[in-house]
Design a protein around this ligand. Structure first.
Ligand SMILES: *Cc1c(COP(=O)(O)O)cnc(C)c1O
Length: 351
């Protein structure tokens, strides 16, 4: 067994609604607002697409998800040779780490960001430098100053999970101008569809200038397909060819490909999800208590508190399961009814 695996632990999903009800003696409905899922679910077109292919379950999927690749290629206006799919971004992150990293290599990322960059680097015997956040924001200067000759990957998350904060197009451009062009900068945009800020990066445009800027997107969040496991990377063709060698041949399921195709086609539905989320998000930021929140461009809000467990329990008592962190609680924005309840809790909470 690889020794370094002992430093890691398996993913902890938190207690299920059933277990929580038992432990806290809660009556009534509990809502899972801990994983930033889209509670509205995917467009109903996904349901039809899945039904139309239910008699093909005995067949392997087409390797590489060619139909979806063609559709994304058109949608993003990038060559299909620059796209690769994974069983969720989780698998994309795993494949990139596996393809690139060996013992002695280093990755640079931020602290308080998506944990899989760290996790996979450790599995591949690499070292990890985590640059502290600055007031909840990525410290791009700090990350630059940690890049050295051992650095093989730089991971950025924009907007960031769990803080919900983002960096702008100009900030990313200035950053990319200063990173050596042979070091891939992987930009995870899992929440991009929720963004409403005008100065958010056009990463695809920056890729024309910076071939080492790699982009990650997923169908798990705004598209509402977390259960189908499908995400992708847009990168330089040469990198995609290498990642593809280590990709498990049938990594993305047949139904997942059709589901994602249907979801991608219904952009009107996606827009309605973005608008509803933005409307609900604004309600939280109208509170005078919102000083305790990091600004959010996503479908979640990070609430800073020295009593995260008290806040977690207070939210649970109104039926909302959130995610506790050492110095805060991350709340996925829910349906209006749940948001009202959570807002009442936040109004009365002593941070
Ligand atoms: C949820 C999430 C992912 C993983 O998404 P999947 O495509 O479901 O594996 C990746 N990155 C970030 C920042 C996320 O929040």
């Amino acid at each position: 067994m690889k020794k370094q695996i002992e430093q890691l632990s398996a993913y902890e999903p938190g207690l299920s609604p059933r277990a929580l009800k038992e432990q806290y003696g809660i009556e009534g409905e509990l809502y899972k607002l801990a994983s930033n899922e889209n509670l509205y679910g995917p467009t109903p077109k996904v349901n039809e697409a899945i039904k139309a292919h239910l008699d093909e379950l005995q067949f392997y999927p087409e390797t590489g998800s060619p139909l979806l690749k063609e559709a994304i290629s058109k949608y993003l206006n990038v060559d299909a040779s620059r796209i690769l799919f994974g069983a969720g971004l989780d698998e994309v992150i795993l494949m990139i780490s596996r393809a690139v990293l060996t013992a002695g290599d280093k990755i640079v990322t931020s602290e308080m960001t998506f944990g899989q960059y760290y996790h996979n680097a450790i599995v591949e015997s690499a070292k990890v430098t985590q640059v502290p956040l600055q007031e909840g924001y990525f410290d791009l200067e700090g990350i630059l100053s940690e890049i050295d000759e051992d650095t093989k990957l730089v991971w950025l998350c924009n907007p960031n999970n769990p803080t919900g904060t983002y960096f702008s197009h100009d900030e990313l451009q200035r950053f990319l101008e200063r990173v050596p062009s042979d070091i891939p900068v992987i930009i995870d945009e899992a929440y991009v569809e929720f963004v409403t800020a005008d100065d958010f990066p056009d990463t695809l445009a920056l890729q024309k200038q910076f071939a080492n800027a790699f982009l990650l997107r997923t169908f798990s969040k705004a598209y509402g397909l977390a259960g189908m496991r499908i995400g992708y990377v847009v990168a330089a063709k040469e990198a995609i060819e290498k990642y593809n060698i280590i990709r498990p041949p049938f990594n993305v399921g047949r139904l997942s490909e059709y589901a994602a195709l249907a979801a991608l086609e219904d952009q009107a539905y996606l827009t309605s999800i973005r608008d509803r989320n933005a409307q609900e998000r604004a309600k939280f930021f109208e509170l005078s208590q919102s000083d305790a929140f990091y600004p959010s461009q996503t479908n979640f809000i990070y609430v800073k508190t020295n009593k995260p467990h008290d806040l977690y329990e207070a939210l649970l008592s109104v039926g909302c399961i959130t995610r506790e962190f050492p110095k805060g609680v991350r709340i996925t924005i829910g349906f209006p009814e749940q948001n009202e309840k959570m807002i009442e809790v936040l109004k009365n909470f002593n941070f």
